[in-house]
Design a protein around this ligand. Sequence first.
Ligand SMILES: [Zn+2]
Length: 341
Amino acid sequence: MKNSAVVNYAPEKGSVEIRELEKPIIGKNDVLLHVENVGVCGSDLHQWTSDHSWPVNYPVVLGHEFGGNIVELGKDVTGWKEGDAVVSETAAIINEMSPLSRQGFYNLDPDRKGFGYGVNGAMTKYVRVPARCLHLIPKNLGFEEACLTEPCSVAYNAVVMNSKIKPGDRVLVLGPGTIGILCAAMAKLCGANVAIVGLEKDATRMEIAKKYGCTTIYNDATSWAEEQDGLGVDCVIDAAGVSETLGLALKWVRPNGHITKVGWGPKPFNASLDPLVQKNVSLKGSFSHNWPIWEKVLSLLASGQLDVKPIIGGVWELEDWHTAFEAMHSGKVVKSVLKPK
Ligand SMILES: [Zn+2]
């Protein structure tokens, strides 16, 4: 049976096309998933426009934000059955014996390879998934929302695990992309007073950020940062896809405050880190997520405490991947979702 797939076939800009692939053959610890929905991620766009900073195993099927039904089980898989509705984590290949994996931090293991760049991802009808990546979708949660468990988990790791926000904190989020908006939503759940900073070209996304109860600020957040006592905000979550915004974070954070950098880009920072020292600021990177985070996020989505519907800008068929990518790339929508036929 043929399998239409959105394939990133070379490092050159624009090297993405629909190709017909064979249905994947699963190993003894894998399941075959019939993909119901797959989210388009900023990193899929980065591979398409070729401004990514990670090695890609070309040609590769894009897509790592997905959910579907199990249609086939490897012979050693236990605890799952055909028809189970699941979402999958992104760490498709890990070294289970590495010290980091044994601590549960397999997301940080140097040997980790993810769907959509290291191994074939989910912008296709059938994807092969190791059973250890699966989480059951709660009954009341649809696939269109469940497929966004992944970016929500990125935000949970950045805000809850790596920032330790307290109720009453003033938190500034830089960048109103999917991760920025979800970080703002997560900081609200932590009880913070939240503002999100964007540019004029982000106007559509900023309106959506408002639906999560945060203040929106264009360009300069100095007055909001200093509003309470003139000293700056307790925490900055930098979700912009460049290094240089760290300079703004260092400017707006208060002495003894905290910065978490979750957005990244390959260009160097190119500025002094003196404010980090002078202000006694803590700076933390945040990367990916692991099993306990996924379970917490699914619980938040199922209870309705976290609602991803406002960020979904549309659902397109796989064949219309270009329209879906372009809608996100131009900033017309926050998140595009694909549905294989
Ligand atoms: Zn993603």
